[in-house]
Design a protein around this ligand. Structure first.
Ligand SMILES: [Zn+2]
Ligand SMILES: [Zn+2]
Length: 305
C-alpha cells in the first residue's frame, strides 16, 4: 500500500521554516561533486571540464570587486511588496561582471579542448556592448540564434556577479516573492529542487536558483511550474540511487529534477543535473519539457566541450 502525502502535511508551520537558504560555498561544492561524479562516467571529460569552470567561478567570486547594491530603503520596499530586489530583468547590471568573465576564461582556457579554445578566444575579443547584449539574451531566456557554445561561460560570470550580490546582502535582506516559482532574490527560474537534511530544514524542499545560487522553500509534491498538486509523478533512471528524480506534472506537461540529500548528502542541483542527462532524454521521449534551465547546458554543443 502506498501512503499518499498531501502538500503541506509533512511541513512545519510556515513561520518556523527558513524560507531561504544560501549555500556557504556553492561553486566549491559543485567542483568537488563534479569531480566525484566524473569517475567512471561516460561523460567524464565534460564533467571534469565543468568542474574546472566552477573552480574558476569560485576563484572569481573570491576576488570579486565592489559592486553597487540596492539601498536598505529599496530592499524594504521590495520585501513589503514581495518583489525580488535584484531581478535579472530590471536590476541595472554593473559591467563589472565582465571582469569575472575575463578571469574565468583565462583560467579554463588551459584545460579546454581545441574547439572550446576557439570559442573562448572569440569571447575574449567581443566588446563590452556585445557582451551585455549576450548577457541580456541569456538572462531573458532568448536562446534562439545565440552562440550556444559560448553561453555557459557568459552565464558562469553572471552567476558569480549575482551570487556575490546575494551573499553580500545575506538572507535577512530578502522576503518571499509573490511569484513562488521564481527566485525571491533575482527572479530567475530554478535549475532544480532539493530536499534538504539537517536542522530546521530537515525534509524541506527548496528550489535552487539557476543564476544566484539562492535556495527558496516550496512545499513538496507540488508542481514547481504551475503549482498544481494533482497528477505529480516521479521518474528515475533504472538502478540509480534515487538521489535524483524527475518531478513531472500532468497539468502543464513539464518536469524539473528533484535532488534528495537523504539519499546522498553531497547531491548538488547543478552537478548532479549535468551527470543525469540521460534522465532528460528519457523525459523528452515521454513528451515532457523541462521547466527550468541549467545555464551550463543551454545547447548540445556545450555537451561536446
Ligand atoms: Zn536567484
Ligand atoms: Zn505543472
Amino acid at each position: 500500500m502506498t501512503t499518499v502525502i498531501q502538500p503541506g502535511q509533512i511541513e512545519p508551520p510556515a513561520g518556523e521554516i527558513p524560507f531561504i537558504h544560501q549555500p556557504d560555498s556553492a561553486f566549491r561544492d559543485k567542483t568537488v561533486r563534479l569531480r566525484q561524479l566524473a569517475e567512471g562516467h561516460v561523460m567524464k571529460g565534460f564533467l571534469l571540464f565543468m568542474a574546472d569552470l566552477t573552480d574558476a567561478q569560485h576563484a572569481a567570486l573570491t576576488v570579486f570587486p565592489e559592486a553597487a547594491l540596492p539601498t536598505e530603503a529599496e530592499l524594504m520596499l521590495c520585501r513589503e511588496h514581495g518583489m525580488p530586489p535584484l531581478s535579472v530583468q530590471s536590476w541595472p547590471r554593473d559591467p563589472v561582471w565582465q571582469e569575472a568573465l575575463r578571469q574565468i576564461i583565462a583560467q579554463v582556457i588551459c584545460t579546454a579542448t581545441p574547439e572550446t579554445k576557439i570559442i573562448l578566444m572569440r569571447l575574449q575579443q567581443m566588446d563590452s556592448a556585445a557582451l551585455e547584449a549576450f548577457a541580456t539574451d541569456i538572462l531573458s531566456g532568448q536562446f534562439d540564434g545565440m552562440e550556444l557554445g559560448a553561453a555557459p561561460f557568459v552565464a558562469a560570470a553572471l552567476q558569480v556577479y549575482w551570487t556575490h550580490m546575494a551573499s553580500t546582502l545575506g538572507t535577512q535582506a530578502f522576503a518571499p516573492s509573490d511569484i513562488s516559482n521564481l527566485c525571491p532574490v533575482c527572479a530567475s527560474p530554478p535549475a532544480a529542487s532539493i530536499v534538504r537534511i539537517g536542522g530546521s530544514e530537515n525534509g524541506l524542499r527548496y528550489l535552487c536558483c539557476s543564476v544566484c545560487n539562492t535556495q527558496w522553500h516550496m512545499v513538496r509534491v507540488k508542481c514547481t511550474n504551475c503549482e498544481s498538486t494533482k497528477g505529480i509523478s516521479y521518474f528515475m533512471i533504472e538502478g540509480a540511487s534515487g538521489a535524483v528524480k524527475a518531478e513531472a506534472c500532468e497539468e502543464c506537461g513539464t518536469y524539473l529534477k528533484i535532488m534528495h540529500m537523504d539519499k546522498d548528502p553531497q547531491v548538488d542541483p547543478v552537478a548532479d543535473d549535468l551527470a543525469t542527462l540521460v534522465l532528460d532524454l528519457m523525459m523528452d521521449e515521454n513528451g515532457r519539457s523541462r521547466s527550468g534551465p541549467n545555464l551550463f547546458l543551454i545547447s548540445p554543443s556545450a555537451i561536446a566541450a
